[in-house]
Write a protein that binds this ligand. Structure first.
Ligand code: ZN
Ligand code: ZN
Length: 401
C-alpha cells in the first residue's frame, strides 16, 4: 500500500503585508513542482476563525477531536520530555527559575542549559510525597515537566508561576476541594526542590561566576493525561514523528508513534531542515506514515520578522528537492497561521497540498494562502485530512454495500 510523508510547516501561513505573504513572495521552485503535480485546498484546522495552539492543532491534523480529548498542555509536554505518561496521571509544565527573597527575578534562570543535572538530583531525592509518585524530567533549556501518579489527585489547581518577573512566587491553591491533596503535594515538592537546588554544586558555581541560579521550579499548565486511541489502531498505519518541538514529540508519543531523532534539528529557523526531510525519505522503508514538523516559520512569525520567515520558506523549499523523485504520497500543510504583524497564532485557514498517484491534479501551481484556496480540495477541516489520505492510499473501509 502507498506510503505517506506528512509535513507540517508550523505557523508558516500568514496574512498579507503590502499584498504579499512570506509564502507568496519567496522563491519556491520545488514547492511549485509539488503544487503542479498535486491537488490543493485550504484547511480550517479545527473550526473557521478558531485560534489553535500547536498541540490542539496537531491533534486535529492527525485526525483526533481536540475538544473531546484535550485537557491541557502538561501531559504532552511531559511525554515529549521523555516521561512515560499514563492515563490518569496529572502532568505540569515547569521552568527552572531564579528566586530572590521570595521574588521571581528570572523566570528562565538565565536560560540555563544544565537542567538535566538538576532534574536528576530532584528525582533522586524526591521519589514520592504522601504516597504520590513524583516523576520529574528536564526538557529543552530551562524547561522541565512534572508528573504526579497516585490516588485522589486532580489538575484543578492554580499555577505557582507568577508569569511576570519581579513578582512573588505563588503558593499552589486548589480550585476544587478534590484538589487539596494535589496542591499540598505540589507545594511540598516546590519547597523540597528549592532546598535541593539551593545547595546544589551547580548553583554554587553559578553564584560564584555571577550567573542567575536555578533555585526554584515554577509549575503551570496542569492537565490529566487523556486516554487516546493509538494512531496505528485508528488508521492501520505504522507511524513515526520527526520533530524537535517537545510538544509535537509528546503528541507523537501519546499516539504510540515512534520518535526519530535528527542531528541539528532545533525547532528554530537554524534547524537542519534538509536532514529532517532526508530522514523522512529514509524512514519510508520502515513506516507507512512519516510525520514531520518544521517549526522555524512559527518562530519567525512570533518574532514579527517577515524577511526571516520568507528566507526560511526558501530554506525549506531547497530541502524539499529530496521529495521530487520519491514514490509516496506527499502532504504539505500548516498547523495554524502565525502572521508577522500579529506575532501570535490567528484563526485564518492554512494551505494544504497533496500529491501522489491518482490525486485529481488541479490548476494551482503555487503553495500559497490564496492560490491554495482555488484548488480542487476547496475548504476542509483538519481532521478530514487523514480520512482523505486513507481513501487515496486504499486503506478506508466502505460504508454500506
Ligand atoms: Zn504551531
Ligand atoms: Zn507559535
Amino acid at each position: 500500500m502507498d506510503k505517506i510523508i506528512f509535513i507540517v510547516l508550523d505557523g508558516i501561513a500568514d496574512r498579507p503585508v503590502n499584498g504579499k505573504t512570506p509564502l507568496s513572495s519567496a522563491s519556491t521552485p520545488n514547492l511549485d513542482v509539488l503544487a503542479e503535480r498535486g491537488i490543493l485546498g485550504i484547511v480550517d484546522v479545527f473550526k473557521p476563525g478558531m485560534r489553535m495552539g500547536s498541540d490542539t492543532s496537531h491533534l486535529a491534523l492527525l485526525g483526533y477531536n481536540p475538544l473531546k480529548i484535550y485537557t491541557g498542555r502538561g501531559p504532552f509536554e511531559a511525554a515529549g520530555a521523555g516521561i512515560e505518561v499514563k492515563p490518569g496521571d496529572i502532568a505540569f509544565r515547569c521552568n527552572f527559575a531564579t528566586l530572590k527573597n521570595g521574588i521571581v527575578v528570572d523566570r528562565r534562570a538565565g536560560r540555563i542549559k544544565d537542567g538535566e543535572i538538576l532534574a536528576e538530583a530532584i528525582s533522586r531525592e524526591i521519589p514520592e510525597i504522601e504516597g504520590v509518585k513524583i516523576l520529574f524530567k528536564a526538557g529543552v533549556g530551562h524547561r522541565a515537566a512534572l508528573v504526579l501518579r497516585g490516588e485522589g489527585l486532580s489538575y484543578q489547581v492554580m499555577d505557582s508561576d507568577p508569569k511576570r518577573e519581579g513578582h512573588p512566587i505563588k503558593d499552589i491553591k486548589a480550585l476544587d476541594p478534590k484538589a487539596e491533596k494535589t496542591a499540598r503535594v505540589l507545594n511540598e515538592f516546590m519547597k523540597r526542590a528549592h532546598e535541593i537546588l539551593s545547595s546544589h554544586p551547580l548553583n554554587e558555581e553559578r553564584r560564584r561566576v555571577g550567573e542567575p541560579e536555578a533555585n526554584v521550579i515554577l509549575i503551570r499548565g496542569g492537565g490529566v493525561a487523556p486516554k487516546l486511541k493509538r494512531f496505528e489502531e485508528k488508521t492501520k498505519m505504522r507511524g513515526c514523528v520527526i520533530a524537535a518541538a517537545t510538544l509535537v514529540l509528546g503528541i507523537g508519543r501519546f499516539l504510540g508513534m515512534d520518535i526519530l531523532h535528527v542531528k541539528g534539528a532545533t525547532g528554530g529557523v537554524d534547524s537542519n531542515v534538509k536532514g529532517k526531510i532526508e530522514k523522512a525519505v529514509e524512514s519510508l522503508e520502515d513506516y507507512d506514515f512519516v510525520f514531520v514538523n518544521i517549526k522555524g516559520g512559527d518562530e519567525a512569525g512570533h518574532d514579527g520578522n517577515f524577511e526571516m520567515k520568507k528566507k526560511f520558506v526558501e530554506r525549506v523549499d531547497e530541502a524539499l528537492e529530496a521529495l521530487l523523485g520519491v514514490d509516496a504520497f506527499i502532504v504539505i500543510t500548516s498547523d495554524h497561521t502565525t502572521p508577522v504583524n500579529v506575532k501570535d497564532h490567528t484563526g485564518d485557514p492554512v494551505p494544504l497540498l497533496i500529491c501522489g498517484d491518482g490525486v485529481r491534479r488541479d490548476e494551482v501551481k503555487r503553495f500559497t494562502e490564496l492560490e491554495a484556496a482555488k484548488g480542487g480540495l476547496c475548504r476542509i477541516r483538519g481532521r478530514d485530512i487523514i480520512p482523505i489520505l486513507m481513501d487515496l492510499t486504499g486503506r478506508s473501509e466502505k460504508f454500506g454495500a
